[in-house]
Write a protein that binds this ligand. Structure first.
Ligand SMILES: Cc1cc2nc3c(=O)[nH]c(=O)nc-3n(C[C@H](O)[C@H](O)[C@H](O)COP(=O)(O)O)c2cc1C
Length: 150
């Protein structure tokens, strides 16, 4: 319904990295800096996030649509991660080439219908230049025009 960016929420599980494509992600607080994401109760990545007590938000660039597609599937996590270059940083798997990485300590887990809201304390942010991958109306899109400062 709402146009959103596209991310991969990631955490290190006991069997290795786990990740899921997620668009229900937003900033929550500036002071302290916090993020929020909503994960389906059946998400395997949610289990990894709770086990690791931390998670990463990989904000995808427009060129990373194939990554969004594979991380939206239920194939083995190892199969998902074999399709990307990634590194471990502060105990979190980060996907190389992402527009931004946000490293979070798990703050709270709140049940909400068939999803769970996870909130995170931002430990580190890194961002590079590029255009975001956008999702709207069931389709992956890119931004159509250059932004202007308000
Ligand atoms: C564009 C897009 C956005 C998505 N956003 C979310 C989301 O915000 N939360 C969620 O739980 N699943 C979302 N999904 C679905 C998950 O990516 C999907 O259920 C995935 O298989 C979960 O993987 P896991 O079980 O390995 O964690 C989205 C899928 C797509 C294609």
């Amino acid at each position: 319904m709402l146009p959103t960016g596209v991310t991969v929420i990631a955490a290190l599980g006991p069997a290795g990295p786990a990740g899921a494509t997620a668009s229900a992600v937003c900033s929550l607080s500036l002071k302290p800096m916090m993020m929020l994401a909503c994960l389906d109760r059946g998400s395997r990545t949610l289990l990894a996030v709770q086990g690791a007590d931390r998670f990463g938000i990989n904000v995808l660039r427009r060129e990373q649509r194939p990554t969004a597609e594979v991380f939206a599937t239920k194939v083995d996590q190892a199969e998902k991660w074999a399709t990307v270059d990634w590194r471990e940083h502060l105990g979190i798997p980060l996907i190389e080439g992402s527009l931004a990485h946000v490293v979070c300590g798990l703050h709270d887990v709140v049940a909400a219908g068939d999803h769970v809201i996870i909130t995170g304390d931002v430990l580190e942010v890194e961002a590079i230049e590029g255009d975001p991958l956008v999702y709207h109306g069931g389709l992956f899109r890119t931004l159509g025009s250059d932004g202007s400062k308000s």
